[in-house]
Design a protein around this ligand. Structure first.
Ligand SMILES: Nc1nc2c(ncn2[C@@H]2O[C@H](COP(=O)(O)OP(=O)(O)OP(=O)(O)O)[C@@H](O)[C@H]2O)c(=O)[nH]1
Length: 688
C-alpha cells in the first residue's frame, strides 16, 4: 500500500538545492513547478531523470523514488551582463491586444519559443498561469515577460505583455499600455474586426501607441484575409499592406513579427541619468516573499539594497530582491530605465502596493508619475456561506483571494434571511463568475450568491450624494418624498458588432432594454454592422450579452465603456413572506419593470418554498404598495387518521381545533425558508 506524506517546499527565491522523498506529493506553486520541470530531476545515484509526473500545482513521483532538483536562485551573471550591454535604444516594450480568443496567448507562446525564453512544445498558453485561465481559455491578468532577441548580431531586450481581451479586464489592458511603446493589434482572419478589437484600438490609439496589425488564424479554411485587411484599413486607417499574416497555432510566418517590432515600435525614452522613478504596474502576493511588485523603471536605475520611498504612502522600504520575468523571476543586480521587472520591497500587505504609485529613491524625491485611475466595481453581489459552512473559514478564504485580485472590493454584510456574509464588487459579470469559480476551484467553498446589482446614486436635498451598493440601503418611498432630490442609475455605452441580417432584432433588444441609439456604422461593404447604444448598466449585467448572442446565433460581439449616471425613476422592490421582508432578495429597478417582475418573483418563489403548517403569503412590494401576491395553502396534517368513520361530532371538534391551532401558529409562527429555496430562486433553473 502506498502511504503518501505531504511536504511543502520552499518557493524559488529561498530554495537553493531542493531534495525530496518522492514517496510524497510536493506542493509547489506554478513558478516552482516550472523551475523543477526545467531542472534535471535525478535519483539518488545521480542517474535520472526519474519518472516524475508534473501538474501545475503538484509534483509527484513513483513510490520509493528519491530525487532532488536543483533550483538556482543566484543571479545569472552571464544573462545579467548580456542585458547590461544592451543600450536602451535597443529595448522594445509592446503588448498584444485583440478581441477575446483571437489568439493573443497562443502568439505569445510562439514569440517566447522563438526567442528561446521557453522550450519548444511547452504547455500551451504559457502566460495564462492561473488555473481558471487555463480551464476557461481566457486571460484574466495581464502577464509580462522579458525576452532577448538577436538580430544581425545585435541583442534586443523585448518586454512582452499578454493582455486580457475581455472587457471586464480593460483596466489591466490600459495599465499595461502605460509601459509600452506599441502593440500588435491581432485580428482573427475568420472573424474579422470585432467589438473589442475596436475598443482596444481606440484605447491604444488615444495613448499614442504604434500599432502593428497582425492577421491571425490564416490556416483556417474559413479564414477571410481580404475582409480582415479591408476592415483594418477602413476602420482604423492602418496600412493593410504592412499587416503581417500569421498562424500563431502552427507558427506560420511568426518569425516576421519580431523584426517588425524592432523596426516599427519606438524604444523607451532614455532617462538613465535622471533621478529614479518607477511606476507600480501590478502586484501580487507570494506566501514566502510577501508582496511582489511589477514595476516599470521610467527614469534612473533601481538596485538591490536601495532605500526607496512610496510617493503615495510616504513609507520607506529597502529593495530586497529585484529582477526580470523571463518567464519566471530571474534575480538581477539592477533594473534600468525602460525595463519592466519585479521588485520585492518587503511590503507585508497588498494594500501597501497601490497600482499607479511612484517608487523613488529615499532622499532624492522628485515629482511623482501621473499614475492610473482605479477601476470602479460595476456589479455587486451578496454572498453567504451555504448551510453547514462556517463564516470564519470562508471569510479567510475570500480575503486570501482578494489579495491577488485587487479589483475585487469586499465588505461584510448581515442579512436577516441568510446570516453573515459579504458584499463583493466586481468589474463585470465575467469577472464575478471567474471569481466564484476560483473560490470553488481553489477552496471548494459553496456559497449562496444573490442576483447582481449595480451601484445607484442618490442625490439628497442637502446636496450630498450616496452610492447605493446594497439594495437594502435604498431609501424607502417615504424618505424619498422628504429627503431625496434625484435618483440616478449607471449607464454604459455598448458597442456591438454582428452581421447585418440581425440588425432589426438587435435594435429591438436594445430598445426593450431601455437603450438609446448613439451610432451605427456598416463595415465590409455593409455585411457587418457596428452599433452603439447607451444602455442602463443594470440591463447589461442581466445577461444582455447572452440574449444578444442568442439572437445572432452567436455571431455578435459586445464591448462597453462607462457612460456615467443618468436620472431614472427607480424603485426598490422587496419580497415579503408573511409580511416579513427577505432582505437578501430586495432589488432596485426601473419603475416600468416593477409590476411584471413582481409577478414573476412571487410565482417563482412559491415554486421553491415548501408548504408550511399555516398559510403562507408571498408578496412583492414597493414601500407599502403590494404589486403582486401568491398564497401557499397550509400543509394539512391528517388529524382524523385514527378516528372511526362514524364519529361525526368528534370529527368536527378535531377539525375545529386544528383550525384554531393554525390561527395561533400564523400569528406567532415564522416561515422556515430552507436555503435551497433561496438557491433555487436565485439560480436560473426550475425546481426538481
Ligand atoms: N486554427 C488556429 N487556431 C488558433 C490560432 N491561434 C490561436 N488559435 C486558437 O484560438 C483559441 C484562442 O486562443 P488564445 O491564444 O487563448 O486567445 P486569446 O486571445 O489569448 O484569448 P483571451 O485571453 O481569452 O482573450 C485557442 O483554441 C487557440 O488554439 C491559429 O493561428 N490558428
Amino acid at each position: 500500500m502506498i502511504s503518501w506524506s505531504h511536504t511543502r517546499i520552499p518557493s524559488l527565491a529561498c530554495a537553493g538545492r531542493l531534495t525530496w522523498k518522492a514517496r510524497g506529493y510536493i506542493y509547489a506553486n506554478c513558478e516552482t513547478w516550472y523551475a523543477i520541470r526545467k531542472s534535471r530531476v535525478l535519483d539518488k545515484s545521480g542517474v535520472g531523470p526519474q519518472r516524475i509526473q508534473f501538474r501545475p500545482q503538484l509534483v509527484y513521483g513513483r513510490e520509493g523514488v528519491r530525487g532532488y532538483a536543483t533550483i538556482n536562485n543566484d543571479i545569472d551573471t552571464g544573462l545579467a551582463e548580456r542585458i547590461d550591454r544592451i543600450p536602451v535604444s535597443r529595448y522594445r516594450n509592446f503588448s498584444i491586444v485583440a478581441h477575446v480568443d483571437h489568439g493573443k496567448s497562443t502568439l505569445s507562446d510562439r514569440l517566447l519559443e522563438l526567442t528561446g525564453t521557453i522550450p519548444k512544445g511547452s504547455v500551451g498558453q504559457f502566460l495564462d498561469r492561473l488555473d481558471v485561465e487555463r480551464e476557461r481559455g481566457i486571460t484574466v491578468k495581464a502577464q509580462t515577460c522579458t525576452m532577448l532577441y538577436e538580430q544581425n548580431g545585435e541583442d534586443y531586450l523585448l518586454h512582452l505583455v499578454d493582455t486580457p481581451g475581455h472587457v471586464d479586464f480593460r483596466a489591466e489592458v490600459s495599465r499595461s499600455y502605460a509601459s509600452c511603446g506599441g502593440a500588435l493589434l491581432l485580428v482573427d482572419a475568420s472573424q474579422g474586426v470585432q467589438a473589442q478589437t475596436v475598443a482596444n484600438f481606440f484605447l491604444a490609439y488615444s495613448l499614442g501607441l504604434e500599432l502593428i496589425p497582425v492577421i491571425n488564424k490564416i490556416d483556417l479554411d474559413h479564414a477571410n484575409i481580404p475582409r480582415a485587411l479591408e476592415q483594418i484599413e477602413t476602420m482604423f486607417e492602418l496600412d493593410s499592406d504592412r499587416a503581417i499574416r500569421v498562424s500563431a497555432k502552427r507558427g506560420t510566418n511568426v518569425e516576421t513579427i519580431l523584426p517588425a517590432v524592432v523596426e516599427r515600435i519606438p524604444a523607451p525614452a532614455n532617462n538613465i541619468e535622471k533621478s529614479l522613478r518607477c511606476l507600480l504596474v501590478d502586484s501580487w502576493f507570494d506566501t514566502y516573499l510577501g508582496v511582489i511588485l511589477l514595476i516599470n523603471v521610467v527614469d534612473g536605475v533601481l538596485k538591490r539594497g536601495d532605500k526607496v520611498i512610496s510617493a503615495h504612502s510616504r513609507k520607506r522600504y529597502e529593495v530586497k530582491d529585484l529582477g526580470i520575468l523571463h518567464p519566471d523571476r530571474k534575480p538581477m543586480p539592477h533594473l534600468k530605465t525602460g525595463q519592466v521587472g519585479y521588485a520585492v520591497l518587503g511590503m507585508k500587505t497588498i494594500s501597501e502596493a497601490l497600482v499607479g504609485d511612484t517608487i523613488m529613491h529615499f532622499g532624492n524625491e522628485v515629482e511623482a508619475l501621473p499614475g492610473f485611475e482605479e477601476p470602479q466595481a460595476m456589479v455587486f453581489v451578496g454572498a453567504f456561506p451555504a448551510e453547514g459552512i462556517e463564516f470564519q473559514t470562508i471569510d479567510e478564504r475570500i480575503n486570501q483571494l482578494v489579495l491577488n485580485d485587487r479589483s475585487v472590493s469586499i465588505q461584510r454584510e448581515n442579512s436577516n434571511a441568510l446570516g453573515q456574509g459579504w458584499r463583493i464588487g466586481f468589474l463585470g459579470t465575467l469577472h464575478a463568475s471567474v471569481f466564484q469559480d476560483r473560490l470553488q476551484q481553489e477552496y471548494g467553498a459553496s456559497l449562496i450568491i444573490t442576483s447582481p446589482t449595480v451601484p445607484y446614486k442618490v442625490v439628497w436635498r442637502d446636496g450630498q450624494e450616496t452610492i447605493i451598493r446594497n439594495p437594502d440601503d435604498f431609501p424607502d418611498p417615504a424618505i424619498q418624498k422628504t429627503k431625496v432630490k434625484d435618483l440616478l442609475e449607471p449607464m454604459v455605452k455598448a458597442i456591438m458588432s454582428f452581421p447585418q441580417e440581425y440588425l432589426g432584432d438587435v435594435i429591438e433588444l436594445c430598445e426593450n432594454n431601455r437603450g438609446t441609439q448613439v451610432d451605427m456604422i456598416f463595415l465590409s461593404q455593409g455585411n457587418q454592422v457596428l452599433l452603439q447604444y447607451l444602455v442602463p448598466t443594470s440591463h447589461l449585467v442581466d445577461d444582455f450579452f447572452g440574449k444578444l448572442k442568442g439572437l445572432t446565433k452567436g455571431y455578435a460581439t459586445l464591448d462597453y465603456e462607462d457612460a456615467g449616471y443618468q436620472s431614472a425613476q427607480l424603485v426598490k422592490m422587496q419580497l415579503l413572506v408573511n409580511g416579513n421582508s427577505v432582505d437578501a432578495l430586495a432589488q432596485v429597478m426601473h419603475r416600468t419593470l416593477a409590476e411584471r417582475r413582481g409577478r414573476e418573483w412571487v410565482k417563482r418563489f412559491k415554486k421553491f418554498l415548501r408548504a408550511q403548517l399555516f398559510e403562507t403569503v408571498i408578496q412583492a412590494a414597493i414601500g407599502s404598495k403590494i404589486v403582486a401576491r401568491e398564497t401557499i395553502a397550509a400543509r394539512r396534517k391528517d388529524v382524523l387518521a385514527k378516528l372511526h368513520a362514524s364519529d361525526i361530532t368528534r370529527r368536527q371538534k378535531l377539525l375545529r381545533n386544528q383550525k384554531e391551532g393554525k390561527k395561533n401558529l400564523r400569528m406567532i409562527g415564522k416561515v422556515t425558508i430552507p436555503q435551497e429555496a433561496y438557491q433555487g430562486f436565485l439560480a436560473k433553473g426550475e425546481p426538481n
